[in-house]
Ligand binder design. Structure first.
Ligand SMILES: [Fe+2]
Ligand SMILES: [Fe+2]
Length: 197
């Protein structure tokens, strides 16, 4: 039986608090606006947005089991940061339990927290949408929303810088994928500036 978006909404509703359910709906909504602006696949964005935090409220030991049974090996930093596991366990869960096989959707979920260098358009849209959903109210969200209207990459640089700053302030370990994304955005930004000169 093929599942549709209403089925996906039901699945996540049963697995999370109301607050996180609303967040998931808002990420899909914000993502669709970005998809329309930047030409990403609206249906894939809707699915990835709804499902991106599917395992966020699952106990860590269960998430770890899902990850280990899939054969994915976490590096030391990832193993040290249980809060980030839901991105990896979520991508495995939607593949195994919901039968989603589209690699782009799976990667958008897998890298929505850390980011990575070489992200696809869909991955970028979900990464940015997670920062700008309607309920978000952190300091700087207005800047982030304005940047998202101008350029996905500018918004990503702002978001990833914000995350790195926050993680260093709290003395948390930082995934190498996050640094690789940051470096890529800086280098690409410089290239674009040079070309404009
Ligand atoms: Fe998340
Ligand atoms: Fe999220």
């Amino acid at each position: 039986m093929k599942l549709d978006i209403e089925d996906y909404k039901k699945v996540i509703k049963d697995r999370m608090s109301k607050k996180r359910y609303i967040h998931s709906i808002n990420v899909a909504k914000a993502g669709i606006q970005l998809a329309e602006r930047y030409g990403a696949d609206v249906e894939k964005v809707r699915i990835a947005g709804i499902l991106h935090d599917i395992t966020k409220e699952m106990p860590y030991d269960e998430q770890l089991k899902i990850i280990q049974s899939s054969g994915i090996i976490l590096d030391d930093v990832q193993a040290f940061s249980p809060k980030t596991w839901h991105a990896v366990s979520g991508s495995i869960c939607v593949r195994k339990e919901l039968g989603i096989t589209d690699d782009d959707i799976l990667n958008a979920i897998r890298y929505h927290t850390s980011g990575r260098a070489g992200m696809s358009l869909l991955e970028k849209v979900i990464f940015v949408a997670d920062f700008i959903g309607e309920e978000r109210d952190y300091k700087g969200v207005d800047v982030m929303r304005a940047k998202a209207k101008k350029s996905l990459e500018e918004a990503m640089l702002y978001g990833v810088s914000f995350s790195i700053e926050d993680l260093t302030q709290r003395q948390c370990a930082i995934d190498k994928n996050t640094f690789e994304l940051y470096n890529e955005l800086i280098i690409q930004g410089e290239e674009i500036k040079k070309r404009k000169k």
